[in-house]
Write a protein that binds this ligand. Sequence first.
Ligand code: ZN
Length: 391
Amino acid sequence: MSSKTLKKAVSLVCAVALILCSVCMTGGAEVSAMTADEAKEKLQDLQDELVAVNKELAKAKDAIEEARERAKTYTKRVEIVKEQISILQESIDAKKEELSVKQQELDAKVKEHDDTKDLFKTRLRAMYMSNDVTTLSLILGANSFSEFLVAAEMQSKISKHDTELIEKLQNEADAIAYQKEIIEGELASLENDMEILEDKYSELAALLQEANEDLTAAEAYKQVTEEDYDRVVAEMQETQAEWNELMGTGMYGYVGGYFAWPVPGFNWISSPFGWRTLYGQANWHGGIDIAGAGIYGKPIIASNTGRVELVRYYTTGYGYHVMIDHGDDYWTVYGHMSSIAVSEGEWVAQGQVIGYVGSTGNSTGPHLHFEIRVNGDRVDPLNYLNYDYEF
Ligand SMILES: [Zn+2]
């Protein structure tokens, strides 16, 4: 099929479609999904939705940050307790080894004692049983009484020595048993410490798990919210295009509403709009300077919904600055930022953080230089800003 025939075929299909369309539209009404006013109203609703979605997104990001911090803290603490458990386990093992050595020592001593006692008993028995060595035989066998006395004394000496030896062994066994008891006490105390540590570990592990679950939930919520964000932005662009078409203009319409104060929580205007004296010279100031103690690094929000037209990282003039197109020739400019959080072409909702207060470019200290431009003219922002609007 040649391109000419293709074009013919396409226009034929279009014609049929048009006929079908006018047939189904009773009374041949205008083929339009909505009027320009409806489109504009929808755009404003979408803007509100985008603000709400952005707040949820910020909440999700905060929740992620918080859960991540918490997980980090508990991971660290779990590691510490794990290390403590491992050290304590070494002490317990050493103590058990010590106990086992002491037990062996005790067993040996008890055996020595028992053996000696047995030996003594045997000897005693032998003394009484043998005709040669019983006391009786000693008496009967003695050639003289003095001989008997010597023999009897010797036997008494042997018996005394044996008794003392057994007593000594018994005392030594008792001493070892006492040492063993002390070691057992120490072991019990270590095992008690271990129980406490293991409880602590379980508690921390549960908290870590909870933090990780919170993190997963927050990440899931962030993802859902981001999808919401993309959907709203897409719908805005679609509605905007529709509205532009209805109005017969290539420009998209002013998103409407009011302009929000761009640095929440900082209300001091260090230099107002209009003529001022700068370095001893009369100087026209095209915006307002918002300053205050502690303002450096504080968030700057989009004063109104729009599309980021321009992002520049200059070291002179406005320094790091952002320009937002709000449609219908409404613009805002944010100058001297320390850093920028958006990129060109991005849709931003009113209240969305676009950057942070700094002192880049031609600046004498941390402040935000803020401009509103209408039809190409810089106007006094105070006539457009809504002071009550706080994010
Ligand atoms: Zn300024």
